[in-house]
Ligand binder design. Structure first.
Ligand SMILES: [Mg+2]
Length: 390
């Protein structure tokens, strides 16, 4: 009669343990069906699923295992497998902040325990200006990742610590495409507000922009209303804006490092193509899409040309670029700050809300509330030591 057995063990790591265990199992008619083993510092543990294909009682096997495990000062348990063990899911939770307090860790670990998420590893990535810690998590339960992230938001607010939660997979450290929002993400202004100053309608435009970014107004409707207010603005008046775009601190280093790592870079903006083209040229970005203004005799007509780049179009463009480059969505990073970034962040493998409005923070897989955009690199699993060489 065949029996399926689970062998779990834990104890001080010893280089010989695996080979001795293998030799012992080989002395019986035992098949290895599945195994999970891990080493954490000096502790070694594992969960192996075995098929015992003998008529003999597994107690005999247990006896031999007992003397082997005693020899290596390890604890073990051999149990009958009632059913196939549920597939294990693994996640990486990255914490990033100026301080990581023990109070934060206590509250966080309690919350993770409630979700039956087991912390099986801790990896500090940086301990200089920022403290960055990766928690390796595993569970056999179905995790509601968006709900857990929403539940962690109060911890972020209370302790000023950013979180990103990602499935641990082949793609986590092998992202290949990054998609940036422009206004208040790649640059530190809303371009349309800056343009409105040139025609003296700043207050009206600003109110519409803020309501649209909070998701309180339909994006296209708010955009068309603001562009109508810009009617008559001359192309030459925009030169000083183009020359003095306030790039977000850290963006040049971020772009340089991502290019070294072979990333494709795209800028997807609900703003205007004129500015996106300028930024793409300056930073040698691979793709840039935004809305096209209509000009007549060098002046704005107050109308837009072609398809509007709103939240839905940004998400479509992300998919089109990824498909063109042969990149799966799990290998895409999207980062933005406004309501019109919700959809593109939702389909990216890693969607980061950058100093974002609450509507986006509640839907992202992580949030970054730092002045410097290059802090994003930690969420890609890069350590301070690795970055020092970039
Ligand atoms: Mg924005």
């Amino acid at each position: 009669m065949n029996r399926q057995l689970l062998l779990s063990f834990q104890g001080p790591h010893h280089p010989e343990i695996l080979s001795r265990l293998g030799a012992l199992l080989d002395s019986w008619p035992v098949l290895l069906l599945d195994l999970h083993g891990l080493e954490q510092d000096q502790i070694f543990s594992g969960l192996w699923q075995l098929e015992w294909v003998s008529e003999q009682d597994p107690q005999l096997m247990e006896k031999s295992l007992c003397s082997l495990m005693q020899e290596f000062d390890m604890q073990f348990r051999l149990s009958q497998s009632e059913a196939q063990p549920k597939k294990e899911q693994r996640f990486i939770l990255t914490l990033l902040g100026e301080h990581l307090s023990t109070s934060l860790l206590a509250q966080l670990l309690q919350r993770l325990q409630q979700e039956e998420l087991l912390v099986h590893g801790l990896q500090p990535l940086e301990s200089q200006r920022l403290r960055v810690l990766e928690l390796q998590l595993r569970t056999h339960q179905q995790l509601d990742r968006p709900r857990l992230l929403r539940d962690l938001l109060p911890l972020h607010q209370q302790h000023h610590v950013d979180f990103a939660l990602q499935p641990e997979s082949l793609f986590r450290r092998h992202k290949r495409l990054i998609v940036f929002d422009a206004d208040m993400t790649f640059i530190q202004c809303e371009i349309i507000n800056e343009m409105s100053q040139l025609v003296g309608c700043e207050a009206e435009v600003k109110v519409l922009t803020e309501a649209a970014m909070r998701g309180e107004l339909d994006f296209e409707e708010a955009l068309r209303a603001r562009v109508r207010l810009l009617k008559g603005l001359h192309r030459d008046d925009l030169e000083s804006l183009l020359r003095q775009l306030p790039y977000t601190p850290g963006v040049r280093r971020l772009v340089r490092v991502l290019k070294q790592l072979g990333y494709k870079l795209a800028l997807l903006s609900g703003g205007f193509q004129l500015f996106v083209d300028h930024i793409c040229e300056e930073f040698h970005l691979d793709y840039g899409f935004a809305n096209s203004l209509e000009w007549q005799d060098g002046r704005l007509t107050g109308e837009l040309l072609g398809e509007i780049v709103d939240g839905q179009r940004k998400a479509q463009l992300l998919q089109e670029i990824a498909a063109r480059e042969g990149i799966v969505p799990e290998q895409v990073v999207a980062i933005g700050d406004g309501a019109n970034d919700v959809q593109m962040l939702a389909i990216a493998g890693l969607g980061i809300a950058f100093n974002a409005k609450p509507v986006l923070q509640e839907r992202a897989s992580g949030q970054l509330n730092q002045p410097n955009l290059d802090a994003l690199l930690y969420f890609l699993g890069l350590s301070g030591q690795e970055l020092a060489n970039c």
